[in-house]
Design a protein around this ligand. Structure first.
Ligand code: ZN
Length: 149
């Protein structure tokens, strides 16, 4: 028996899928939703701030802001072997926020990336079991991807 909770942040982030057969190869962006799914057992230590919780929602929010939002919001995520995109964005100089990643930035791959960004920071001070169970990325209102190791 486990309990799970979810918390998300949103970002405005650009990308392209360089080999795509259709319009996804063009520079464009999405209002991404980055949703962490945390599971474990609730804190039972009497009188603590987290009693009855897995982890404080605001603590997850802080982690998502620091390790997802502040990296990819108003940025372009670019595959490191996508030389066309890298060259085009380099024309804009150091002021442009380009995030190079070692994978094609599809929702599927971004979900795995986000999981790895966030997972090490999901911790508890109370000895209850707690882990990042999955990471969900919404690219459009009709399109989600999940990474669940
Ligand atoms: Zn897209």
């Amino acid at each position: 028996m486990t309990t799970s909770i979810r918390r998300w942040v949103e970002t405005d982030t650009g990308h392209r899928v360089p080999n795509h057969k259709s319009k996804c190869k063009h520079f464009h962006g999405h209002r991404y939703r980055w949703e962490a799914e945390v599971e474990g057992d609730v804190v039972t230590e009497s009188g603590t701030s987290e009693e009855g919780m897995l982890i404080d929602f605001s603590d997850i929010s802080k982690i998502l802001n620091e390790h997802i939002h502040d990296i990819v919001d108003h940025a372009f995520v670019v595959y490191e072997l996508d030389d066309v995109a890298k060259n085009a964005l380099s024309e804009m100089g150091d002021e442009h926020r380009t995030v190079l990643v070692p994978f094609i930035p599809t929702a599927e791959n971004l979900a795995k990336w986000a999981y790895e960004q966030v997972s090490p920071h999901i911790k508890t001070a109370y000895g209850n079991s707690l882990r990042l169970a999955a990471f969900h990325v919404r690219e459009t209102p009709k399109s989600w991807a999940t990474w669940r190791p």
